[in-house]
Design a protein around this ligand. Structure first.
Ligand code: CP
Length: 307
């Protein structure tokens, strides 16, 4: 049976093209499974998985937990706010205590970049990064890729725009790594203050012009403005951001071709996307969420069976 080249999913940068194709193929299998009348399979029976969320989440947390339950794993959930972390316990102590209870895999979201890599060097469990600070969110990039492929086929040579707050986005970096490994052309668009300097070294182009970018793109993956990560002002006001970089139906209707609209969520409605765009036929946002379940089942299955 084919297996991944790594025993953790710490970031897309650690995967090769064959790994990504294997995850896509396995996702197709699990997508068929979750659409059966009986959605549960015994693949991870006797495997125990801890979901450690040190930062808030709706989609990723629910999706991982459901994926684990659909695979018949035993699941324990941990959230930092309701734990002894609030009494000063360190990350390593917290995780080592949980692992003493014979946990096989850890899914972790953490506000600090590199926290999952740090853990992978100190504990024997398989680690899956569910988002670390502004660094990577690998399962989001994989579900984004799967959703794009469902809509436009193989992404090799296709034009994918990533629009908005690139500077603070782990989704952006994981998407860049993933799409470039799969041969897509990637263009970043947003205010100059929200595009990191020298990002072109990652093989992407940059535009500050939203209309030009949307005219160019087959797909636009629109990102949330992450006000909670901005300790200084990167633009004058949300109203001004929306005026220059918000996408509404009038703008979409005035383009020469139809662009697929994606967003990882949560959406700031009326800021980066108007509701009539987010809820339109051009948007595949809810398909992304649905595909997230199958992608996470695929990743959990491949890492557990690769051991
Ligand atoms: N897309 C995403 O990571 O959403 P959550 O923060 O709700 O998990």
């Amino acid at each position: 049976m084919a297996s991944l080249s790594t025993r953790h999913l710490l970031g897309i940068k650690y995967l090769n093209e064959e790994d990504i194709r294997l995850i896509m193929d396995t996702t197709t299998h699990f997508k068929e499974v979750i659409n059966r009348p009986i959605k549960k399979v015994p693949s991870l029976r006797d495997i125990t998985i801890a979901n450690l969320f040190f930062e808030n989440s709706t989609r990723t947390k629910i999706s991982f937990e459901l994926a684990e339950k659909r695979l018949s794993a035993d699941v324990v959930n941990f959230s930092a706010s309701a734990s002894s972390v609030s009494k000063g316990e360190s990350l390593l102590d917290t995780v080592q205590n949980i692992l003493s209870m014979k946990v096989d895999m850890v899914v972790m979201r953490h506000p600090l970049q590199g926290a999952p890599v740090y853990l992978s060097r100190h504990i024997p469990a398989n680690i899956i990064n569910a988002g670390d600070g502004t660094h990577e969110h690998p399962t989001q990039a994989l579900l984004d890729l799967y959703s794009m492929m469902e809509k436009i086929g193989d992404v090799r040579g296709k034009k994918i725009a990533i629009i908005g707050d690139i500077r603070h986005s782990r989704v952006a970096l994981s998407n860049i790594f993933c799409l470039r490994k799969m041969g897509a052309e990637v263009r970043l668009c947003g205010p100059p203050t929200l595009i990191p300097r020298f990002i072109e070294s990652q093989g992407v182009s940059v535009s500050f012009d939203l209309r030009e970018t949307l005219e160019w793109a087959d797909v636009a993956n629109v990102l949330r403005i992450q006000l909670e990560r901005q300790n200084i002002s990167y633009f004058p006001s949300l109203r001004e951001y929306s005026l220059y970089y918000g996408i509404d139906k009038n703008l979409l209707n005035s383009l020469n071709s139809e662009v697929v609209i994606m967003h990882p969520g949560p959406i700031n409605r009326g800021v980066e996307l108007s509701s009539d765009v987010a809820d339109s036929d051009q948007s595949i946002i809810l398909h992304q969420v649905e595909n997230g379940l199958a992608v996470r089942m695929a990743v959990l299955f491949l890492l557990a069976t690769g051991n």
